[in-house]
Design a binder for this molecule. Structure first.
Ligand code: SAM
Length: 205
């Protein structure tokens, strides 16, 4: 693997600097990424007036789709990359201005700033970067309304990735969500190119 490509792969966990801008552009334009967001949001089954949290919102394409998905839906995006939050803020500037979109720089330790009582939450290609995942999922559950739905989607995107790798990660995510107190777990396969994604859905109690 060349220096530039390995540098880019290393960026997806926390984009920064000029290569980070390129990563933000890829996240906002690659068809598989857009479709992964679209399909995950459909699985959230948004209702009018709901409050949605996205962890690892990247450049904010998912947030923009959420805001279009239902009347009076509002959203909060959390990302530990200041660059991604800047891009997400620019992409959703009108909704940030009216208060429908709220953006927070940070990780799970900043959930307190994001608010509480979220009806829906999503995380797309973020779970693979988390350390202390059960504790992170527990904090997330506490930020959600009783009966709220979470969707955690993963599509392997490294060179030579296989669907099997995605399925293994999804099974681990399901186990960790269950250990963190989520119930009613369900697995959905999302057919995508070059390999399928898997979305784990669960309910917060
Ligand atoms: C591969 S990108 C996916 C972005 C977006 N979810 C999408 O699908 O377009 C992963 C994003 O998660 C963010 N991220 C990774 N670990 C995080 C953590 N512990 N807390 C907050 N953000 C995190 C990264 O900064 C990056 O923007």
């Amino acid at each position: 693997m060349g220096k530039v490509s390995s540098g880019i792969f290393g960026q997806f966990g926390k984009p920064r600097g000029p290569l980070g801008v390129l990563v933000g552009w890829i996240l906002a334009n690659r068809p598989s990424n857009l479709e992964r967001n679209r399909r995950t949001i459909a699985l959230l089954d948004l209702k009018d007036g709901e409050r949605v949290l996205e962890i690892g919102c990247g450049p904010g394409v998912g947030l923009a789709m959420i805001l279009k998905a239902g009347a009076n839906v509002s959203c909060t995006g959390l990302d530990h990359s200041a660059l991604m939050i800047r891009m997400a803020r620019r992409r959703n500037r009108d909704d940030v201005r009216t208060g429908r979109a709220h953006l927070v720089i940070g990780g799970f330790d900043k959930l307190g700033y994001a608010g509480a009582g979220f009806h829906k939450a999503m995380m797309i290609n973020v779970s693979q970067f988390l350390t202390e995942r059960i504790a992170a999922f527990r904090a997330l559950r506490e930020a959600m309304a009783h009966g709220g739905r979470i969707a955690v989607t993963y599509q392997p995107r490294t060179l030579g990735a296989t669907e099997e790798a995605g399925r293994i990660e999804a099974d681990k995510v399901a186990g960790d969500l269950s250990d963190a107190g989520f119930i009613s777990l369900r697995l959905e396969r999302i057919p995508l190119k070059p390999v399928a994604a898997y979305c784990v859905l669960a309910e917060a109690v």
